[in-house]
Design a protein around this ligand. Structure first.
Ligand SMILES: Nc1ncnc2c1ncn2[C@@H]1O[C@H](COP(=O)(O)OP(=O)(O)OP(=O)(O)O)[C@@H](O)[C@H]1O
Length: 415
């Protein structure tokens, strides 16, 4: 693969989108509709338009990985299809400096009757890879895909994992400046996913760009420097992936839980109230501890009305918002029922923080035991900030696993 995308200038965006708008029109079959469509009278032809993207402004910079998240139907795939040119916008401009390679719908563009090798040529042509470049890369693509002799079998015999291996191998070897990946990686096994992530990081280090659509928020936080939240076709939030993922989760929890999601609820309308949140018995939200110290997180609950089957949960995140450890009372086999107004419950999580030096947060939530989107009484992202100091550390990384390391040496010099 090339050492860098030498054509890339770091002072200009790789992708620039301005004022993008996309509408879909219901199909009609009348002659008038057909004539109107022919003459470009879209509204007249099709009745009321359904606007699925509006006012989209976006820049993607060389070396940047941008996540696009949002609920089903929020417009993510439509945006990607506009960028790849498989749909045309109603308004606005899309400028891309460089070639695009996209994994949007796994298997799309593949001829199922043709072999993997034949599809390699088809896909390469689709993404504008010259035949001589493909010829040079063919062996590398086949090796990368780990398909072995299956490369000469028809693609219809492939599992979704095999199809992903072939599609990703082609996409990454196409050496396009802009890589677009929509959920596809989810079907790969963990080892191949790691390999894909390493290749994507190399692509970014060379100055390429990535647009990444995924519902896997941990992948979003690990891979991307920036995220946008699409909602009903518009950008509702953008910025640090951890913050945008929190905004997305708040949205999923529903408008009715918005105050609970921000942790500011204290209303008699909610079935119960969190009356106190304590760290090691103190009403503080920040704490500095040594690696290996124990921490008590205590949540006091009081019922405003009868409410059954609640769970209190805790999720530890690293500084990028990645989930490290989660537990809740339901998973641990406890049942919380507050039968009468005024009933109270105290939940204490006591955990030994076998963590590396660094900054961590804990999200605290109280919700229905079986469905975390129901009865959301409390949900505070990053409710607790923890700094771990570890001056005597003999290891690196987030975890401090108890370990033994044995070394056996022998010398042949004395013999
Ligand atoms: N070809 C089409 N004709 C009419 N409406 C469409 C078409 N494609 C998408 N839509 C509509 O556009 C909206 C956005 O769809 P889109 O597939 O872009 O959402 P999405 O965020 O990618 O969803 P998902 O997460 O489910 O893939 C939806 O309301 C969808 O029904």
């Amino acid at each position: 693969m090339a050492a860098s995308y030498s054509s890339m200038r770091s002072d200009q965006p790789l992708l620039r989108i301005r004022g993008l708008r996309k509408c879909f029109y219901p199909h009609t079959h009348s002659r008038r509709a057909a004539l109107a469509a022919l003459l470009g009278w879209r509204g007249a032809a099709a009745g009321a338009a359904h606007t699925v993207l509006r006012d989209i402004d976006l820049d993607l910079w060389p070396g940047e990985a941008l996540a696009i998240i949002g609920r089903n139907g929020s417009g993510k795939s439509t945006l990607l299809k506009l960028i790849t040119g498989s749909l045309l916008p109603d308004e606005g401009t899309i400028e891309c400096r460089g070639r695009i390679s996209a994994l949007i719908e796994l298997g799309a563009g593949f001829d199922l009757a043709a072999t993997g090798r034949q599809n390699m040529a088809l896909q390469a042509a689709l993404w504008g890879v010259a035949a001589d470049v493909l010829a040079r890369q063919a062996d590398a693509i086949i090796t990368y895909s780990e398909l072995g002799t299956a490369i000469d079998e028809p693609v219809r015999t492939y599992s979704s994992g095999m199809l992903l291996r072939l599609a990703f191998a082609i996409a990454i070897h196409a050496q396009a400046e802009l890589l677009i990946i929509d959920e596809a990686l989810a079907v790969g096994d963990a080892r191949f996913q790691q390999k894909c992530l390493a290749s994507i990081r190399q692509h970014l280090a060379r100055g390429g760009g990535l647009l990444f659509v995924s519902h896997d928020l941990n992948s979003v936080k690990t891979l991307c420097q920036r995220a946008i939240l699409l909602d009903d076709g518009a950008i509702r939030a953008q910025g640090q992936p951890a913050a945008v993922c929190d905004a997305y989760l708040s949205q999923l929890l529903g408008a009715g839980s918005a105050s609970a999601a921000s942790g500011e609820q204290d209303s008699a309308d909610t079935p119960a109230t969190v009356t106190a949140l304590l760290l090691n018995g103190r009403p503080t939200r920040d704490i500095v501890l040594r690696s290996g110290d124990w921490l008590d997180i205590t949540v006091h609950l009081r019922a405003n009305q009868s409410v059954q089957q609640l769970a209190a949960g805790f999720m530890l995140h690293d500084a990028r918002g990645q989930d490290l450890f989660g537990v809740n009372t339901h998973l641990a086999g406890h049942r919380i029922d507050l039968t009468h107004p005024g009933d109270t419950c105290t939940v204490t999580l006591r955990a030994q923080l076998l963590l590396g030096a660094g900054h961590y947060t804990v999200t605290v939530a109280v919700h229905d035991a079986l469905d975390y989107t129901r009865n959301v009484i409390y949900w505070q992202f990053g409710a607790i900030a923890i700094e771990i100091v570890d001056p005597d550390s003999t290891s690196v990384g987030h975890c401090r696993l108890p370990y033994q390391l044995n070394v056996a040496q022998s010398s042949s010099a004395a013999a």
